[in-house]
Design a binder for this molecule. Structure first.
Ligand code: CP
Ligand code: NVA
Length: 300
């Protein structure tokens, strides 16, 4: 494993190793056991979009590992003024031990990895969000004990979260049911991968997808960069909501996850959100531990 660019690149064994290390690092942090695996290393963090969790968890995670994080807003970098990613990659490789990038195009992240010679971590693109899904798998395993055989249901937009969840959960032996409106289904690359599995289902019916689910997950109706489509999307996604009625279709002990930020009364009701706050905020915490595991695997 040289980079973390997308879940499609990871094997089941690699995912398991990251989750095991994340559990260990979480234990060490809780018990004040120092774990300076990245002493003397530097992580550049390029953000072309806003962030609360990704920024703060990478920054404190790097600090806890004994390394030094640099926050690089694209507003301040030459990349924001058109310097090619090929050149940025080759320059940053001379200064840093690793790069985390949050941007729009998946190709930009792939190019950074291709032209640079240091590990690249995808902190979200329009196509995928692998760091979030590693934290989600960690959280599901923590609450349910294991992953294989569980049913994950995702309700909403077939973009970054749905894409990474489908791939990650299928690789770990889970069944996957996605409920997406017809015009908002995942891209061909994800559907081609998922259709190899008998336990994959794509539907436009939230109720059907939620049936007997162990885990229900949703995400915002309009992602970062889609703000101008918000009104159209509100109409298209009406009914794609995790609410009491949908919870009744799932298993009685079903858990609920949300990558956050959440829009209450859009993709999830306030009532369901608060009833499952324990899982949702553990999921947010687990970003820290899962990403520390990724950084140790790639940069130690
Ligand atoms: N879930 C997530 O990636 O949150 P941020 O956008 O706050 O980083
Ligand atoms: N789909 C959302 C996820 C945010 C973490 C977005 O891209 O804005």
């Amino acid at each position: 494993m040289k980079h973390l660019l997308k879940m499609l690149d990871l094997s089941k064994e690699e995912i398991t190793e990251i989750l095991d290390l994340a559990d260990q690092l979480k234990y060490e942090l809780k018990h004040n056991i120092p774990h300076p695996h990245l002493k003397g290393k530097t992580l550049g963090m390029i953000f072309q979009k806003a962030s609360t969790r990704t920024r703060v968890s990478f920054e404190t995670g790097m600090y806890q590992l004994g390394g030094y994080p640099l926050f690089l807003s694209s507003n301040d970098l030459q990349i924001g003024r058109g310097e090619p990613v090929q050149d940025t990659a080759r320059v940053l490789s001379r200064y840093l031990s690793g790069i985390m990038i949050r941007t729009f195009e998946q190709q930009e992240v792939e190019d950074l990895a291709k032209y640079g010679d240091i590990p690249v971590i995808n902190g979200l693109t329009d196509f995928c969000h692998p760091c979030q899904v590693l934290a989600d798998l960690m959280t599901i395993r923590e609450f349910k004990g294991s992953l294989a055989g569980l049913k994950m249901c995702f309700i909403g937009d077939g973009n970054n979260m749905a894409n990474s969840l489908a791939v990650g959960c299928l690789k770990m032996g889970m069944s996957v049911s996605l409920a997406c409106p017809k015009d908002y289904q995942p891209p061909r690359e994800i559907l081609d991968f998922a259709s190899q599995y008998d336990c994959f289902e794509l539907t436009d019916s939230p109720a059907q997808a939620a049936k007997d689910a162990d885990v229900l997950i949703t995400d915002v109706w309009a992602s970062m960069g889609q703000e101008e489509e918000a009104a159209v999307r509100r109409a298209a996604f009406a009914g794609y909501q995790i609410n009491d009625e949908l919870m009744a279709a799932a298993k009685p002990d079903a858990m609920v996850l949300h990558c956050l930020p959440a829009h209450r009364e859009e993709e999830i009701t306030e009532k369901v959100f608060e009833a499952h706050a324990k899982e949702i905020f553990e999921e947010a915490e687990n970003r820290l531990h899962a990403q520390k595991a990724v950084m140790v695997k790639l940069m130690a």
